[in-house]
Write a protein that binds this ligand. Structure first.
Ligand code: URA
Length: 426
């Protein structure tokens, strides 16, 4: 067997065997397969397609390229949530504490933000002192003790995914359902968790722009999980608008805090759906009511604070004064009267990047305390002179005002409030 035969087989539309996929990924890791050969194969996969069987075998080959985590001491209670990436998405800070408050064990390994999507680790690091680098034993002990931990993805887990992703990113080969599904699911399966809820974002601010593609990805990932004997449910959610009013790293911690303290908005709806759908699939009765109880009685907020404290963060900083404390604050004032038709997630995320709060390449250093706080939702009525957003910045950037204004489209027609939950795949 050699890599040229494998590329040729895919180019001619043949299904790759498990042995061929293992040979390829082993070659990626050893260096025997060159980056240009992998790039050619990835492009052939995008053009010809990748079957369910191939996707499953690639997932397993990626897992086998590195180490896995053993959570057998609390396996049946172990839960995790994964988002395919969006704007204003801080559901982890609500979902994980709800699970922990209900007695489940939430073991979460997260990443940093790249491009328009924010990263959980950056958001957590806006809380002074927070340590994202627990070792395996500290991670497990914290979950056993308080029910939740969020740490950085280990470099030893799924190293082949890192190599493949770096090539996909620069060869326009990201958006293939099989490649995305194997990339996400390899990391989820290697993390050793039994019960997994996937938030598949759909819309202008997501990888999957249309509902059919998002559903196909959701189905594929659920199938991979089931075949690996995991309990997996996927929820397709609306990413045509920023999920929360707060976008930007420290701002998103504040956005999640508001929900933990009682606000009931779109972020709440998505978070409560993710938790209750996973609990339903685990056979828990009245799951949504149970999640609401721990949100309403402050138990979830307590768990969030326990986690921050356990990982060295200063909980006295969990307030608006600290999390929204940039040097400059600009009001975005509308000069129109009408209804909010649309809030472009890419326009808002692009503004945060311009303010210094987002990365264009993985090595960029970012400002964790800048962002946009929307004051309106889609379908709201606004009058000329109303403040429709606030911009938090540590540099003088009045030009951001126009960018945010452009992202918030106002028109004469009354529109419906958008649905946040688009589909659920079991
Ligand atoms: N997120 C991942 O981890 N991998 C992909 O391929 C796309 C999104």
């Amino acid at each position: 067997m050699n890599i040229l035969e494998i590329i040729d087989a895919k180019k001619r539309g043949r299904e790759l065997t498990k042995d061929q996929i293992d040979f390829w990924i082993k070659g990626v890791m050893s260096g025997d397969v060159e980056n240009y050969q992998t790039s050619a194969l990835l492009m052939a996969i995008c053009l010809v397609g990748f079957s369910e069987e191939e996707t499953y075998n690639l997932t397993q080959a990626i897992i086998n390229s590195g180490t896995t985590v053993d959570l057998s001491s609390f396996y049946d209670l172990s839960v995790d949530k994964h988002s395919s990436g969006g704007v204003g998405d801080s559901t982890t800070f609500i979902v994980a504490p709800i699970f922990a408050a209900l007695g489940y064990k939430c073991a979460k390994a997260s990443g940093r933000g790249l491009g328009h999507t924010g990263g959980t680790l950056d958001k957590l690091e806006s809380i002074r002192g927070f340590n994202i680098n627990l070792d395996k034993d500290q991670f497990k002990k914290q979950i056993e003790d308080i029910g939740l931990a969020v740490i950085s993805q280990s470099k030893d887990m799924c190293p082949a995914d890192k190599r493949l992703y770096a090539l996909r990113d620069v060869t326009e080969t990201v958006d293939n359902v099989g490649l995305i599904a194997s990339s996400i699911m390899s990391k989820k399966l290697a993390s050793g968790v039994k019960n997994i809820v996937l938030d598949v974002k759909c819309g202008k601010g997501a990888f999957m722009k249309d509902l059919d593609a998002a559903k196909a990805l959701a189905k594929e990932m659920v199938k991979i999980g089931k075949r690996a004997n995991k309990n997996v449910v996927a929820v397709v959610t609306n990413m045509n608008y920023p999920l929360d009013e707060c976008v930007g790293n420290s701002l998103e911690v504040y956005g999640a805090l508001r929900v933990l303290e009682g606000e009931r908005n779109n972020l709440y709806e998505v978070a409560i759906t993710l938790t209750s759908e996973l609990l339903n699939s685990m056979g828990v009765e009245n799951a949504k009511q149970k999640c609401d109880v721990v949100l309403n009685n402050g138990k979830a907020l307590e768990k969030f604070k326990e986690m921050i404290k356990a990982q060295g963060g200063d909980i006295s900083l969990l307030n608006k004064g600290y999390l929204l404390s940039s040097k400059y604050v600009y009001d975005v004032i509308t000069d129109e009267t009408g209804y909010v038709q649309n809030i472009d997630p890419m326009g808002i995320a692009g503004t945060v990047t311009m303010l210094g709060g987002g990365r264009l390449k993985t090595t960029d250093t970012i400002d964790l305390y800048c962002g946009v706080e929307l004051q309106v939702h889609v379908a709201d009525h606004v009058s000329k002179g109303d403040v429709i957003a606030k911009i938090y910045s540590n540099a003088e950037t009045p030009s951001a005002i126009d960018r945010v204004k452009k992202a918030i489209e106002i028109g004469q027609f009354q529109v419906e409030r958008p649905k946040m939950i688009l589909a659920v795949e079991h």
